[in-house]
Design a protein around this ligand. Structure first.
Ligand SMILES: [Ca+2]
Ligand SMILES: [Ca+2]
Ligand SMILES: [Ca+2]
Length: 408
């Protein structure tokens, strides 16, 4: 049975409904979770009074009458409401661009930069996803660890290909070289360095484990992916449940369900590893696997205008930017790619920020169920009110996930 990079070829999908994990909700009130105010630019069909009559909480910051655009400040929850109004042509973020060109729209859209600016003065590098014992395992086609925008990010290599016939683990990173491009692009979305050029990832100081379970052509065996999950859980010391274990496993891959794959997922979960996966690009009514499993955070895609593309599989847990995402490519290059494969690493990066900041604040790591609860409860609600088929719980919000993660 082969599993492919999402979007490369159509894979057989298991139609397993998403079962929500029952969690013990931390004590956070709805008011706290939804207290964020956003600054948005709204393109109008009608005049501004029509907007203000239907949005009493909208505070006008500026107007550009020539192009019928108004900038307002309003609670985050208003985006979903306004998107459905006929007098609204478009809604987009109006953000201060500090690192011109390097920090792309997708990073601003999930407020990762707000985590950096809010917490770096208190917790230093943890605000950028670095803590000595926090690592993100990227299960993919490998990573171009020599890319200057991923300098020092990759700490360890696990390679399992051809049903384990080709297996390596250790610090010879060349064994995990990416000759495809997919894995390097995903790695850049998580951890490209904030160094003044190229791009910046969600957690631009995070440490990565390259776990090469997909061949250069982008496909891999279920058994290799299972092995990759287990070895990433154990980490370099070969023992699960120790400080060098991967804390997040990011899987921009999918296929049909498998008992082997699910057992590996449950193994990682039992050791406190947070699992994140792409829902798939078949336009299917439910996520492919491993995103199909309740222990895994299933991530679908949205574009820059908060719309879900037709190909993003339905019933995600949350959505993240996944259309025309600019990131690192092998050979020091950069380029844009689309897919739920690009959405998934945004959430993986957010989890790295949450856990690194927990430890920096002297608190224990959050359990996988609490992480999933916080990511879903703090997501920006889009589409139909509350959980819905297209957006799941909504757009991941790095700032509010971290903020509430430090309070539980
Ligand atoms: Ca950079
Ligand atoms: Ca270990
Ligand atoms: Ca919704």
């Amino acid at each position: 049975m082969s599993t492919t990079i999402l979007g490369r070829k159509l894979v057989l999908l298991a139609f397993i409904g998403v079962i929500l994990i029952s969690t013990t909700p931390p004590v956070i009130s709805e008011d706290q979770l939804n207290s964020g105010v956003v600054r948005i630019a709204i393109g109008l069909n009608g005049d501004v009074n029509q907007l203000l009559s239907q949005c009493k909480v909208c505070k006008v910051v500026s107007e550009i009458p020539e192009i019928n655009v108004v900038v307002v400040e309003a609670p985050r929850s208003i985006i979903s409401y306004l998107m459905k109004k006929p007098f609204v042509r478009f809604i987009e973020e109006d953000r201060e661009v500090k690192h011109h060109g390097e920090v792309q729209w997708n990073i601003y859209m999930i407020y990762a930069d707000e985590v950096w600016s809010t917490y770096s003065s208190i917790y230093g590098d943890a605000a950028y996803g670095y803590y000595s014992t926090i690592q993100v395992a990227v299960l993919d086609t490998g990573i171009d660890y020599s890319h200057s925008d991923l300098q020092g990010a990759v700490k360890y290599c696990i390679m399992s290909l051809n049903n384990g016939r080709s297996f390596y683990k250790g610090t010879d990173l060349s064994k995990c070289r990416d000759r495809n491009g997919h894995g390097t692009h995903v790695a850049g979305i998580i951890a490209a360095r904030l160094n003044g050029y190229g791009v910046a990832g969600v957690a631009p100081k995070a440490q990565l484990y390259a776990v090469k379970v997909l061949s250069d052509s982008g496909s891999g065996y279920i058994s290799d992916i299972a092995k990759g999950i287990i070895e990433a859980t154990k980490g370099p010391d070969g023992v699960p449940g120790t400080a060098d274990d991967a804390d997040v496993i990011s899987m921009s891959l999918g296929g049909s369900g498998s008992s082997t794959l699910y057992d590996a997922v449950k193994y990682a979960y039992s050791y406190g590893v947070v699992l994140v996966a792409a829902t798939g690009n078949e336009g299917a009514s439910s996520p492919s696997c491993p995103a199909c499993y309740p222990e895994v955070i299933a991530v679908g895609a949205v574009d820059i205008n908060y719309n879900v593309p037709s190909w993003s599989n339905r019933q995600p847990d949350v959505v993240a930017p996944g259309v025309n995402i600019y990131s690192t490519l092998p050979g020091g290059k950069y380029g844009s790619m689309s897919g739920t494969s690009m959405a998934c690493p945004h959430v993986s990066g957010v989890v790295a920020l949450m856990q690194a900041l927990r430890l920096a604040a002297g608190k224990p790591k959050l359990s996988p169920s609490t992480v999933e609860y916080l990511i879903t409860a703090t997501a920006i609600d889009l589409g139909a009110s509350g959980y819905d088929y297209l957006y799941g719980y909504g757009l991941v919000d790095a700032y509010y996930a971290v903020y509430n993660g430090l309070r539980v």
